[in-house]
Design a protein around this ligand. Structure first.
Ligand code: GDP
Ligand code: MN
Length: 384
């Protein structure tokens, strides 16, 4: 699970990493009040779980609470890569001398976490890695021994950090490692870690990815993030025991079994379509889970058609059909639905579905082909 910037930074701060003062707002009025409390000079930052927010106008530095109001209003009206912004972080603005990169991820080949630092911070680190890999200094971390003082010193020397800042840097590196380790992260990153105008280190941005398999150990995280995130379908899915991953296409998929879900996505591509998501409702999906899955698919504004592909084994096709009908009562949709039911109780399932307005398919290929056609038709209807 990807954490919001403000959640990541608050976790870092818990372990002693200095972050700017600030708070999150859901309205322009709230943003104005926060800015007033912070003394007026603030930066408004859209909190969305996709990259590229700067280019999309999602970060604005302003000088007064009134300007903060206007900036927040604009930011809250944005849609970044199809995701509406409904949360803006208002941070005290900082003056910046230098931008540094500091991050930890797992090095699979070395079978160890690795801390990376670079004096070329602020910019996309993947780009630095591709063009000037020598600008990234690495220190592997022994998971048992933890982050060692000499490793931190090596990183500080590698990025030519002046010695006055070594103690601050050491505390930040240690804090970042603790956050990474204690929260079962697969990535913990500060980009940029800045040297401020008055010569101190400050974490301006924060990003964390948490291992989904460890989320059950971090109920606090789900709470922190959920209370403010209306569009976080991946979290919602998790609550119902569904595995959902949003993708960029327009054909929403509901499938049981990860392998079948992947095969379904492949065959959609084969017929020239693009899946909008990966969604595995699992082996023993009940009516409630199916309804939740359908709602999640429909909540994606990019979806132009829905493909339901169920191979009834433990999952019974009649229960799936009932779930779909129940969900359609609740969430009305005009989107075409292509459905393929085979296996346990398929006959009963098809009878239930027959009354509803859906396109049935016998084979996976037929279902995929019909979905691609239906998606194109919906798109051209919407365009005209
Ligand atoms: P990202 O582009 O989504 O990673 O967002 P960041 O939080 O990293 O901000 C992008 C850039 O905006 C930073 O590298 C800084 O150059 C600039 N920035 C962010 N916060 C401030 C601030 O408080 N003051 C100033 N002057 N610039 C900032
Ligand atoms: Mn950044």
């Amino acid at each position: 699970m990807k954490l919001h910037e403000y959640v990541s930074k608050r976790l870092f701060a818990k372990y002693g990493v200095p972050i700017p003062k600030g708070d999150i707002a859901t309205t322009a009025d709230e943003a104005k009040n926060i800015a007033a409390d912070l003394g007026g000079k603030v930066v408004g930052k859209s909190q969305v779980l996709v990259g590229g927010r700067g280019k999309a106008g999602g970060i604005k530095v302003v000088d007064s609470p009134e300007q903060a109001y206007d900036a927040a209003k604009e930011i809250l009206n944005l849609e970044i890569k199809g995701i509406p912004v409904d949360l803006v972080l208002i941070d005290e603005a900082s003056s910046i001398q230098t931008e540094i990169y500091l991050g930890i991820t797992n090095d699979r080949a070395a079978r160890k976490p690795v801390m990376m630092a670079s004096a070329a911070g602020g910019v996309d680190i993947e780009e630095v890695a591709a063009k000037t890999p020598e600008k990234i200094i690495k220190a592997h971390i022994d998971p048992v021994l933890g982050l060692m003082a000499h490793d931190i010193l090596e990183l500080a020397l590698g990025i030519e950090l002046k010695s006055e800042l070594w103690i601050e840097f050491k505390n930040i590196a240690k804090g970042l490692w603790k956050a990474f380790k204690n929260y079962d992260a697969t990535l913990a990153e500060i980009n940029p870690l800045v040297i401020t105008g008055d010569g101190h280190l400050l974490a301006l941005d924060g990003k964390m990815l948490i291992d989904d398999s460890a989320l059950f150990r971090h109920a606090d995280l789900l709470e922190m993030q959920k209370s403010t995130e209306a569009h976080q379908t991946e979290v919602d899915a998790k609550e119902y025991g569904l595995t959902y991953i949003k993708l960029d296409g327009d054909i929403g998929c509901m499938v049981n079994g990860a392998g079948l879900a992947m095969a379904t996505m492949d065959i959609i591509k084969h017929f020239g379509g693009e899946p909008a998501n990966f969604l595995d409702i699992g082996g023993g999906a009940d009516e409630k889970m199916v309804a939740a899955a359908l709602k999640i698919i429909i909540s994606d504004p990019n979806v132009k058609t829905i493909l339901i592909n169920i191979f009834g084994g433990i999952t019974r096709c009649d229960l799936v059909a009932k779930g779909i009908l129940a969900a359609l009562e609740e969430v009305k949709t005009d989107l075409p639905i292509i459905i393929r039911l085979v296996g346990t109780n398929a006959e009963e399932g098809r009878e239930l579905i027959a009354k509803a307005d859906m396109i049935t398919a016998k084979t996976l290929a037929e279902a995929a082909e019909k979905s691609v056609t239906a998606a194109k038709e919906t798109a051209s209807r919407e365009a005209s």
